[in-house]
Design a binder for this molecule. Structure first.
Ligand SMILES: [Zn+2]
Ligand SMILES: [Zn+2]
Length: 133
């Protein structure tokens, strides 16, 4: 049974999906994953992407990125503490390096902050260039 066509195809699809997520270096929605992975595997379907994403979440390869009011995005897990920038023009979400340690000093006196979320929004480099032309 080794190398059966169905199994081979699935392996190739998964590899393309994984490669798309790794190359993007930013959180992707299922629609974006589909668009990027299709460049490698023609005829790739959305159901396959959903199944692959579910499996990769289970394996711990991916982690979900939630921005309220939007479809979940997914990024490669294990990148360490970081935050995101959402471009209001193209809708893409980017990874920002590091954090602002002082942010937890904003907690009211006597409060113990345990975690935080930071989301910057505005224009990405490409969209910003487009506007200033
Ligand atoms: Zn943009
Ligand atoms: Zn932080």
């Amino acid at each position: 049974m080794k190398g059966a066509p169905v199994q081979r195809r699935r392996t190739r699809q998964r590899a393309a999906i994984r490669a798309a997520l790794e190359a993007a270096r930013r959180p992707l929605s299922v629609a974006e994953i589909l668009e990027l992975a299709r460049r490698q595997v023609r005829g790739l379907g959305i159901a396959t992407v959903y199944r692959a994403v579910a499996a990769m979440l289970e394996e711990g390869f991916l982690t979900p990125v939630e921005i309220s009011g939007e479809a979940l995005r997914y990024e490669v897990a294990g990148r360490g503490h970081h935050h995101h920038f959402r471009c209001r023009r193209c809708g893409r979400v980017f990874e920002m390096e590091g954090c602002v340690p002082e942010v937890e000093l904003l907690a009211p006196p006597g409060f113990l902050p345990e975690c935080h979320e930071i989301l910057l929004s505005g224009l990405c480099r490409e969209c910003n260039k487009g506007l200033s032309r």
